[in-house]
Design a protein around this ligand. Structure first.
Ligand code: ATP
Length: 315
């Protein structure tokens, strides 16, 4: 006689925040999206998503969030609007299977911070649920589903340093010879990405075709040279973000006067990212900014991996 054993499976996937070393933005396309050329870099500030198969008595789907103390839990929806739920629905529909899973998200990536935290969670959900359901989605299909979920989601799957084109969803890994040290200063109050883009359109109604990253920038990344890279960082959303949030300009200046090689707005902001020469330099700068009264100052290095399995427990 065989003894029935219920098998539970816990799958934890880690997924990283991104910053943009280059973000060239053009006037909106007919579909309303802005054409971009961007150089993404995944940095070591990560969310962990754990997916578990529900037991027979459990609800088929449950999503719970635990957030770091610098994140307002109310800023993240836990219903069907959460991008994790949207990723689950999309993956299930792709395979014609029901949505099943208990998903816990441990969020360390600030919300609405220009760090693509939601995109990171979506990528983690695709990878974790694909495993949980043993769906064996091809890489091409995962990338296509990711692009449906959001422009930054394909990059969150691949990580590293990559060129993004289209609206950011076409990604190509780039040679990267460095270990890059960043100090990230999030803001209590987020900035809405659509609002920043609308302000960009107002400031630059005739934005020209999107400028590609300079060859010098790609060379500096390949050579791992932070001093050269610092000069070449570019973010076309910085001006509208600073216009909406002038306090961020003060913070950028403060970071640079405290010795950062360069400070930039991350994506659509409001997180400020400061490039440093080394880990010691980053820690020193973080200390100086904390002494100025910034309570949340994070040190992160790049480039790190895209959404990847960190734990797979069978019990
Ligand atoms: P992007 O530039 O891609 O919009 P962001 O880093 O500025 O990214 P996110 O943290 O991704 O912003 O959050 C954008 C909005 O998405 C939030 O205001 C939040 O309400 C919603 N959201 C839905 N699901 C999530 C999630 N899992 N994590 C964070 N935000 C989420």
């Amino acid at each position: 006689m065989s003894i029935p054993v219920r098998t539970t499976v816990n799958i934890t996937v880690r997924s990283a925040a991104k910053i943009n070393l280059h973000l060239g933005v053009g006037a909106p396309r007919d579909d309303g999206f802005h054409p971009l050329t961007t150089v993404y870099q995944a940095v070591g500030l990560c969310d962990d998503l754990t997916a578990t198969l529900p037991g027979e008595q459990d609800a088929p789907w449950d999503l719970r969030l635990r957030v770091a103390d610098y994140i307002d839990p109310g800023a993240v929806p836990v219903d069907d609007d959460n991008i994790v739920a949207r990723a689950a629905t999309l993956l299930a529909a792709h395979h014609g299977v029901p949505v099943r899973g208990h998903v816990d998200v441990d969020k360390a990536i600030p919300v609405a911070g220009g760090l693509a935290g939601g995109s990171a969670d979506a990528a983690a959900a695709l990878v974790a649920l694909d495993r949980l359901w043993d769906a064996r989605t091809s890489d091409d299909d995962l990338l296509a589903l990711a692009a449906e979920l959001g422009s930054d989601v394909p990059f969150a799957l691949i990580g590293g340093t990559a060129l993004g084109t289209g609206r950011g969803e076409h990604v190509m890994p780039l040679p990267d010879g460095g270990t890059w040290w960043w100090v990230l200063v999030p803001s209590r109050e987020g900035l809405s990405t659509p609002q920043v883009y609308r302000h960009f359109d107002k400031l630059f109604p005739d934005a020209p075709a999107v400028p590609p990253p300079a060859d010098e920038l790609l060379d500096a990344v390949a050579a791992g040279d932070p001093v050269r890279l610092a000069r070449l960082l570019r973010n076309d959303l910085q001006e509208p973000a600073l216009d909406l949030r002038p306090d961020l300009g003060v913070l950028l200046e403060r970071g640079e006067s405290e010795g950062a090689l360069r400070g930039i707005i991350s994506g659509s902001g409001p997180t400020c990212a400061f490039l440093c020469e080394s880990s010691d330099h980053a820690r020193d700068l973080a200390g100086a900014l904390m002494r100025h009264g910034h309570t949340v100052v994070l040190v992160a290095n790049g480039a790190v991996a895209g959404a990847h399995l960190v734990e797979n427990l069978h019990g």
